[in-house]
Design a protein around this ligand. Structure first.
Ligand code: ZN
Length: 93
């Protein structure tokens, strides 16, 4: 079995930066949209089990690489935020 370590890493980053991203809607649906968008834009890093995600994560301690991920996350958040597709937003809540 192979898991994409970036899924966990981007999910953690999204949770960490959720407030700073200042999205127009932060429901689960919108956050999942951001996650899907950003995962399509970063290179997947497959590992054989969840326990190895930490090793991949350690590589991103390098500031430059981490900044690149955060920029991509912010761009994806802006795209979803500018045009939310969730039901909550359609109802105008
Ligand atoms: Zn939403």
């Amino acid at each position: 079995m192979a898991v994409n370590a970036m899924e966990q890493i981007m999910s953690d980053l999204l949770f960490e930066y959720k407030q700073a991203l200042q999205m127009s809607c932060t429901c689960d649906e919108c956050l999942n949209d951001v996650l899907a968008l950003v995962l399509n834009r970063v290179q997947p890093r497959y590992v054989t089990d969840d326990g190895k995600i930490a090793y991949v994560k350690a590589e991103f301690i390098d500031k430059q690489q981490m900044t690149t991920l955060i920029v991509k996350l912010a761009e994806s958040a802006k795209m979803v935020s500018d045009m939310p597709r969730c039901r909550r937003f359609e109802r105008g809540e």
